[in-house]
Ligand binder design. Structure first.
Ligand code: ZN
Length: 309
């Protein structure tokens, strides 16, 4: 049986013994959605009340110190079992789903999100055609930045996966079989890398093309990265360097929207846990949210340096 088939069967088995999780997956069929065109790009709005717990998660270090880690094994619900697909990680069914099949891939160690090995995500993506495997940086939508985890979900759920197959972007650099495309026409500023394997050349872009942290170094907490196996059997990487964890409207008392963009939102599915937000958000608000949280990497000095390397 293929890894993708094993994963699908694990999902079905878990829902068979875990009624609370199954109810939330069933409820996904009835969540309100609508599509808003933003600069010729379709953004799908999903009103998903169950996600409030994640969207509004307090991720400051004091709040994290005071709460019990919900990804450590002793805090998991008794019905939740794990699948072992790769050394050092447990694959879990996510009980607060966005995707029709949504998984959390949790490190055996309680270690910070910054300890990520992107090779693990790339390897899993290549072994799981039909799914995306993605990483949210500690300050880019991760609701448990203190416990390293990846996520996986159905690739066809994200508008940007199909869009990027048809419109890979503008070629800006290449090294052997690896091609780097800029996708600057989008409301969210994305970089698209197509490569047979996660090469050092590809990793350099993912590790360097970021805003500065307090020490003047690339801030690796400020990124979302989505890996998938493309129709050409190459590894396709959608990379979103980030300028802000949350947009200003998250804190705005006058015109507040509860949005906390992670990889899913950057790929064109904006999760809105509150019905009022879903009903009232307008195209200009959405454009503003993406503009505030996306790093305009093309204007950075490091971009020019990487182009020449
Ligand atoms: Zn933990």
């Amino acid at each position: 049986m293929s890894d993708a088939a094993v994963l699908h069967r694990f999902f079905t088995d878990q829902l068979g013994v875990w009624p609370e999780a199954k109810a939330r997956y069933d409820a996904l069929d009835n969540v309100c959605t609508r599509t808003v065109m933003v600069d010729d790009y379709p953004v799908l709005l999903q009103h998903n009340p169950a996600r409030a717990v994640s969207t509004a998660a307090k991720v400051d270090s004091e709040s994290i110190r005071q709460r019990k880690c919900f990804l450590c094994p002793d805090a998991r619900p008794p019905q939740q079992t794990s699948l072992s697909l790769v050394d050092g990680y447990d694959v879990l069914v996510n009980p607060f789903p966005i995707f029709p099949e949504h998984f959390t891939i949790v490190s055996h160690k309680h270690e910070p999100q910054s300890a990520v090995d992107l090779n693990v995500a790339a390897e899993l993506a290549m072994r799981l055609p039909g799914y995306v495997v993605f990483f949210n940086g500690a300050k880019s939508g991760a609701s448990a930045p203190d416990h390293l985890h990846l996520q996986a979900g159905n690739e066809d759920f994200l508008p940007l996966t199909r869009y990027s197959e048809l419109n890979p972007g503008q070629v800006i650099a290449a090294d052997g079989p690896t091609t780097v495309y800029a996708m600057n026409e989008l409301p969210m500023s994305a970089l698209h890398i197509v490569t047979p394997v996660l090469s050092d050349y590809a990793l350099r872009w993912l590790d360097m093309l970021l805003p500065d942290n307090a020490d003047g170094l690339p801030d690796r907490d400020m990124r979302n990265i989505v890996f998938r196996r493309g129709a050409d059997d190459n590894l396709h990487i959608l990379f979103f360097p980030r300028l802000a964890h949350r947009p200003s409207c998250y804190y705005d008392k006058e015109r507040m929207f509860m949005v906390s963009p992670g990889a899913v939102d950057m790929c064109g599915v904006l999760i809105l846990p509150r019905k009022d937000d879903f009903d009232s958000i307008e195209r200009s608000d959405i454009r503003g949210i993406y503009a505030e949280v996306s790093y305009r990497y093309c204007e950075s000095e490091r971009f020019k340096t990487l182009l020449l390397s």
